[in-house]
Design a protein around this ligand. Structure first.
Ligand SMILES: [Zn+2]
Length: 261
């Protein structure tokens, strides 16, 4: 029986690498699949991993209807056993519902991959819908790290190196508007890819310059401390200011070691 699976994680945790590995494994056993992605770092219509692999994929625009798309493909004779859906956080919630229906009524496995929450720690709507509908949610094992060495569980957005917690859920929000308006300029996803890697992102209007992303542990996300603004480099000897505040004079170092989080 087909299943809807959601593999979730932060940025940099190897989702796309796993997506491509999964595609490879199923192909090797003679199964036929279709890859989908949205705003991949490599540009339109490509699933790419940071390790350098790139495979062509179908770009998921907001108007794409998975049910219609797959009905068409099957009508034209395609055999489809599974779907790989990368960057699923950028899909619409309607598209997630369509995917669930594809699983149940077409008996096609759907392996979806995505970031759960945005730079404000809020769930992406599509990721929320996946958590609600998926047969299984799996948090990826390859974990990104915070600058302090702890497991990174949150995504931070920076503007000119200063962490921000307000703004549009996606920098590509701006970009997507323009994509809707003028038929998807090809350079748009590349911009987002750059922003994910923490360099520079500019929206199509130029209003989003200096935007970058960084993965942090929850503690440092809450304190708004990125690698650029941290008071000191990670050290076991130097407690962070938060610990020094301990009211009874006892200094708690529990936050200072990577193994204790
Ligand atoms: Zn940290």
């Amino acid at each position: 029986m087909a299943e809807l699976l959601f593999f979730s994680g932060t940025m940099d945790c190897g989702k796309s690498t796993l997506a491509l590995q999964m595609d490879h494994n199923h192909k090797a056993r003679g199964r036929r699949g279709v890859l989908f992605t949205s705003h991949d770092r490599a540009g339109a219509s490509m699933v790419s991993s940071r390790l350098g692999l790139q495979v062509p994929a179908v770009e998921v625009f907001p108007e794409l209807d998975f049910w219609v798309e797959l009905t068409l493909r099957q009508t034209m004779g395609a055999r489809i056993d599974y779907l790989i859906c990368d960057e699923a956080q950028f899909y619409t919630t309607e598209q997630i519902d369509q995917l669930a229906r594809v699983v149940d009524e077409m008996d096609i496995d759907v392996f979806s991959f995505g970031i759960t929450s945005d730079f404000r720690t809020r769930l992406f709507p599509a990721s929320q819908r996946l958590i609600e509908l998926a047969d299984r949610v799996q948090v990826l094992q390859v974990e990104a790290l915070c600058w302090c060495g702890r497991r990174a569980t949150h995504n931070a957005r920076t503007v000119d190196d200063v962490m921000v917690v307000e703004g549009d859920q996606m920098v590509v929000g701006d970009v997507e508007q323009s994509a809707d308006q003028d038929a998807a300029p090809v350079d748009v996803p590349v911009r987002r890819g750059e922003s994910e890697q923490g360099t520079t992102a500019t929206g199509s209007t130029g209003r989003q310059s200096g935007v970058g992303y960084e993965t942090l542990c929850r503690r440092h996300h809450m304190r708004r401390q990125t690698s650029r603004t941290s008071p000191s480099l990670y050290s076991n000897e130097v407690p962070l200011p938060f610990e020094q505040r301990a009211n009874d004079g006892s200094v708690h170092l529990q936050g200072a070691g990577p193994g204790t989080a």
